[in-house]
Design a protein around this ligand. Structure first.
Ligand code: HMG
Ligand code: MG
Length: 311
């Protein structure tokens, strides 16, 4: 640390973007996986505090089957209860037309569909096959765009799958390409079970770019199961990616992939980016305060190293 400010020394590295957009997923990816039901008012305060800490994109919840993800069954109440901060985007996950109708009723401005790169996870997470998932998404993406929404396309199991093992890169590229072709603005590369290493990240991004997907249409979404999330993020930034998903306090997982643990912690990401002189707009102290507060609400310490060091 440079002093007792609780901030890292700043030493920039060449070849990194000047600015990174952090896509905060704690209120969705984090809370979808909590065993305890988090009260609606706590979720609303969490989202509002994340925006107040300077996060430009705060994913709020999911309009999925409430019996599939009971933790987010109060999506409508959370989405409509949040006091919007100017300039902040509040996307929600939507898998199908029923979800889109709920999102439109709630006045949502941005959505994300979520695809799988593997057959097994498509079946388990979406009740669809690898081939039929796009049939479910196509009318969602068209309808959302007609309503003026932006649409992100998540792709899960990009680097490894707990049932199928190694995932062929061409399969990931094909799903990303399909999402862009049906009208998604961008894709987010999910390492759902956190097994990727930096070389894999670099070659996948290069393959996507070679297949016509621009770098500004690629985000990265690392879970930290094997402790690789920050290294993978740095590799993605060195490849020219400028959108990084992370979860305040390192919460996260996927209820339909038991081996998925927490996402890259937003605080750990901001500490690294602050030290590299990469702008994020996030106030680290305020964010740490928010995650420490949420950890108290959840009754367990935050898995984020930076939260534990600074709180
Ligand atoms: P399905 O059973 O095939 O749906 O589920 P269906 O169309 O056959 O409908 C069956 C019933 O569910 C109907 O009710 C529908 O109305 C209702 P009925 O008419 O029989 O009374 N229904 C809904 N109700 C509310 N909202 C809806 C909805 N859809 C149907 N949207 C479905 C298909 C996709 C809906 C289901 O599989 C589902 O909800 N899956 C969500 C799983 C999920 O949320 N997983 C976690 C998010 S993904 C993730 O975490 C990974 C990510 O972080 C990236 C990474 O890390 O890799 C993004
Ligand atoms: Mg995830």
């Amino acid at each position: 640390m440079s002093d007792d400010s609780g901030l890292p020394d700043v030493v920039p590295l060449p070849g990194l973007p000047a600015e990174v957009t952090i896509w905060e997923v704690g209120a969705r990816d984090g809370l979808q996986n909590e065993a305890a039901v988090v009260p609606t008012e706590v979720k609303i305060e969490f989202v509002e505090r994340l925006a107040a800490a300077g996060l430009p994109v705060v994913e709020v919840s999911s309009f999925v089957r409430p019996d599939w993800v009971p933790q987010l069954a109060d999506a409508l109440e959370v989405v409509t209860g949040v006091d919007h901060a100017p300039g902040v985007r509040y996307p929600v996950l939507v898998p199908n037309e029923r979800g889109l109708a709920r999102a439109i009723d709630a006045g949502v401005g941005d959505i994300a569909v979520f695809a799988s790169a593997t057959e097994t996870f498509a079946q388990r997470n979406l009740n669809r096959s690898l081939d039929t998932q796009m049939q479910m998404f196509r009318p969602v993406v068209e309808g959302a765009r007609d309503s003026g929404m932006s649409v992100r396309g998540y792709v899960s199991m990009c680097f490894g799958d707990p049932w199928e093992g190694r995932v062929p890169r061409h399969q990931v590229v094909a799903v990303c390409r399909e999402l862009i072709d049906i009208g998604c603005d961008s894709v987010s590369l999910g390492d759902t079970i956190g097994v990727a290493t930096p070389g894999q990240v670099i070659v996948l991004i290069a393959d996507l770019v070679a297949n016509g997907i621009p770098l500004d249409g690629i985000g990265v979404h690392f879970h930290d199961t094997y402790g690789q999330a920050l290294a993978n993020t740095l590799a993605a930034l060195q490849s020219g990616v400028t959108t990084v998903d992370s979860s305040a306090g390192g919460l996260g997982g996927c209820p339909y992939a038991e081996s998925a643990t927490g996402n890259l912690a937003t605080e750990d990401l901001v500490w690294m980016l602050d030290g590299l002189g990469v702008r994020t707009g996030v106030d680290l102290r305020e964010l740490v305060g928010t995650s420490a507060w949420l950890a108290e609400q959840l009754g367990r310490p935050s898995p984020s190293r930076v939260v534990r060091a600074l709180a």
